[in-house]
Design a protein around this ligand. Structure first.
Ligand SMILES: *Cc1c(COP(=O)(O)O)cnc(C)c1O
Length: 362
């Protein structure tokens, strides 16, 4: 495989090899234009076609219709943490946040700076090792919105249900599990994701927003902060991250050709299943961080009996071409990020390595 490794990094993360090959092939001369997409005017017909196709692919994959817009923005998911309250949290109203991990905490903190934000629930007392049940979510019917983080990248937990909000707009940070399985996207008023985990390279941020939400956007916002302006200008208000959008489009074509969300979900369940089986069959040598019902199919987090063994694990895995397994600094341990583009063979090799390592170091 050209000396490539199995890259378990949490993001930026591994991309499909076929996509990289296609980008390489088209790099010097994109479809007879005589230039790279990187060198192309964002106002050109060729680039506008890329944006249109990317939007159409997103809608087809998500199964959403013309009551939604798809935007390609900058600033990462972290920028959306701030833009969401500026756009949808008018003075005198409250927004509610389910605080289930590191990024959820950051989103909540940004909303508190921009307006009145409250916690609908926090799982901090459980070290964010679980997803709260519906009955734990506290928010009133007049809430401006409820914000959730559908996959907690650092802790390795994932929402396996969509909360019922009874009309309160539901907003979700889907950075680390977007398009990883079938989901009723029509239940979300707004969903967003930094591309660098499941969609493409860093630098572009996907926002899926219900059109009716755009009517709530204040007119006096700076243009660059306004979802309404960005939608009206088809993500071309200013120069967008053109190459990133092109790469995202290639990744979505790859996903569609593979069979879309049902097909990728089957693969993801199998892939994560092999690694969770290695944890569960290790007689306690590996200790998973997440409670079983809350386990993420994208980020698998676990500890070994000691920090020394964890260091040894990471080093020996790297020598076998399994890289990027060190856990997040605040949680420690091991984290295997197995997004859509991680090949099954990488998970198989990791699971086998885990069995061997446990046998030798128990
Ligand atoms: C990675 C990540 C972020 C941060 O994304 P940036 O694009 O770096 O701002 C936010 N939320 C979640 C769930 C993430 O996984």
């Amino acid at each position: 495989m050209d000396g490539r490794v199995y890259n378990f990094n949490p993001g930026p993360a591994t991309l499909p090899l076929d996509v990289l090959r296609q980008a390489q092939q088209e790099l010097l001369n994109y479809k007879g234009t005589g230039m790279s997409v990187m060198e192309m005017s964002h106002r050109s017909k060729d680039f506008e076609a890329i944006v249109h196709e990317a939007e159409a692919l997103c809608k087809a994959i998500a199964g959403i219709g013309d009551d939604y817009r798809v935007l390609f923005l900058q600033g990462g998911a972290s920028m959306q943490f701030a833009l969401i309250p500026y756009n949808f949290l008018p003075v005198g109203t409250h927004a509610y946040y389910a605080v289930t991990g590191n990024f959820a905490e950051k989103a909540f903190a940004e909303a508190q700076r921009a307006g009145l934000a409250k916690m609908a629930v926090s799982t901090a007392a459980d070290k964010h090792n679980r997803i709260p049940a519906q009955h734990e979510l506290n928010f009133p019917p007049e809430a401006a919105y409820l914000h959730i983080t559908t996959n907690n990248t650092v802790y390795g937990t994932e929402w396996h249900y969509i909360p019922e909000t009874n009309g309160v707009p539901l907003i979700a940070d889907m950075s680390s599990n977007i398009f990883s399985r079938p989901l009723d996207y029509g239940k979300f008023a707004l969903a967003y994701a930094g591309a660098q985990k499941n969609l493409g390279p860093a630098g572009v941020t996907l926002v899926i927003v219900r059109k009716s939400m755009l009517e709530k956007v204040p007119e006096d916002l700076p243009n660059m902060f306004s979802y309404k302006v960005m939608a009206k200008q088809n993500s071309l208000y200013n120069t967008p991250p053109t190459f990133g959008i092109y790469m995202l489009k290639l990744v979505l074509e790859w996903l569609k050709d593979l069979g879309g969300l049902p097909a990728i979900a089957r693969q993801n369940r199998e892939k994560a299943g092999m690694i969770y089986a290695a944890i569960d069959n290790s007689d306690g040598f590996y200790r998973g961080h997440a409670q079983k019902e809350s386990r993420s199919l994208m980020n698998i987090t676990f500890h070994l009996p000691s920090g020394e063994l964890e260091q040894k694990f990471v080093a020996e895995a790297a020598a076998k071409g399994l890289v990027g397994l060190k856990g997040y600094r605040t949680v420690g341990g091991i984290r295997a990020s197995v997004y859509n583009a991680m090949p099954r063979a990488g998970c198989e090799l990791l699971a086998t390595f885990m069995d061997d390592f446990a046998g030798k170091n128990r």
